[in-house]
Design a protein around this ligand. Structure first.
Ligand code: NAD
Ligand code: DAU
Length: 343
């Protein structure tokens, strides 16, 4: 039986991979994508599905409750999956307000729509960053929330708000908490695509602090498969951790990229640390593996090689994204276009 789902933030990195994944894997699903098209939203990420009769795009913010409500009514939406967010930790350190507006208030408005229209499914994409730095062992879904950046605090706030809507109003919500994703279409401000694209241009590779921080790397397609499984078979009111267990130190990741691209390691430069930089993220994903039978299929070595190759083959995509971002930054800083931005 066919169903229509609303994907919010579907023009970003994970959302666009998710839309492609679902359209490919489930012929009975129609998707409406509502995205504000911030600097991180890019419709070229979805060029290959844009003409599908099962895909529709509406530009808008998740804070615009009237619009979200209208879209749900117009398309007969039966479930919402929320990817929309300000997602970059460094940006949250420079300016926290947009993070609160989208990541907290935006979620509040989505919850209100779910409640008002009795939408039977709401899956919210959260992050391992809500658990904070984990010195030893791994966070389970029951572990305390100890966010350390404004970004992480905004995501933790949304998780708590959702919890309250589940308890108070019986909203049929599920929270997923994923570890660091990587793969095609990731905006080149995050570690892996930044290092690949800088290395391809023989630019310095800035490693924060001593480079010993640990992240657990999840290939984006494995994440999408987990999310679709949870959307279909997850239990209402539950939280699911999603990670591969492929933990690496940042410096190991950067060295691997340098090797794959056959570049000199002299490109690597240690730079001042990120304030409040979490040392290690680690989660336990036993619940998802045992209850829903999910497991990752792409090893870190394979995923990184595929990602490097994708960026090598899609120079036009990331060059346009970088130039556009530079243009916006310059305009904001100086009120004019100048230098590289005018080329
Ligand atoms: P992204 O920054 O690439 O994409 C975010 C998308 O949301 C963009 O298309 C943007 O235009 C859109 N958006 C931003 N504000 C909006 C608003 N107010 N209304 C509607 N659309 C808006 O992010 P991503 O890396 O794809 O992350 C997606 C989600 O997954 C986020 O919620 C993030 O917190 C979470 N997450 C990301 C990772 C990761 O490693 N990237 C890991 C765990 C969880
Ligand atoms: O853990 C999940 C989170 O992963 C998501 O919730 C976030 O949306 C996503 O941005 C990501 O956050 P991180 O801060 O872990 O990712 P980032 O790619 O910014 O950094 C990864 C690690 O690399 C981190 O320890 C900081 C370091 N780093 C990052 C950049 C951009 C560097 O050393 N140099 C850099 O230039």
């Amino acid at each position: 039986m066919s169903q229509t789902i609303l994907v919010t933030g579907g023009a970003g990195f994970i959302g666009s991979n998710f839309i492609r994944y679902v359209l490919q894997h489930d012929p009975d699903v129609q998707i409406v994508n509502v995205d504000a098209l911030t600097y991180a939203g890019n419709l070229t990420n979805l060029e290959d599905v844009a003409d599908s009769p099962r895909y529709h795009f509406v530009r808008g913010k998740i804070q615009d409750q009237a619009l979200i409500e209208q879209v749900c009514r117009d398309y007969g939406v039966e479930g919402i999956i929320n990817f929309a967010a300000e997602s970059h930790v460094d940006r949250s350190i420079h300016s926290a307000a947009p993070f609160l507006e989208t990541n907290v208030l935006g979620v509040l408005h989505l919850l209100e729509v779910v409640r008002k229209l009795s939408i039977p499914r709401f899956v919210h994409i959260s992050t391992d960053e809500v658990y904070g730095s984990i010195a030893e062992g791994a966070a389970t879904e029951e572990s305390p929330l100890r966010p350390n950046s404004p970004y992480a605090a905004s995501k933790a706030s949304a998780d708590l708000l959702i919890r309250s809507y589940i308890r108070t109003y019986g909203v049929p919500a599920i929270i997923t908490r994923a570890s660091n994703n990587y793969g095609p279409y990731q905006f080149p401000e995050k570690l892996i695509p930044l290092m690949i694209t800088n290395a391809l241009e023989n630019q310095p590779l800035p490693v924060y602090g001593d480079g010993q921080n640990i992240r657990d790397w999840l290939f984006v397609e494995d994440h999408c498969a987990a999310l679709w499984l949870i959307y279909q078979r997850g239990s209402e009111g539950e939280i699911y951790n999603i990670c591969s267990g492929e933990q690496r130190r940042n410096i190991e990741v950067v060295e691997a990229i340098v090797r794959l691209l056959n570049k000199p390691s002299s490109l690597i430069q240690f730079v001042p640390d990120r304030p409040g930089h979490d040392r290690r993220y680690a989660m336990d994903a036993t619940k998802l593996r045992q209850q829903l039978g999910w497991q990752p299929t792409v090893s870190f070595d394979e995923g990184l090689a595929r990602t490097v190759q994708w960026y090598q083959n899609h120079r036009q995509w990331w060059k346009a994204v970088r130039d556009q971002s530079y243009r916006e930054y310059y305009q904001k800083q100086y009120g004019v276009l100048s230098g590289k931005a005018e080329q």
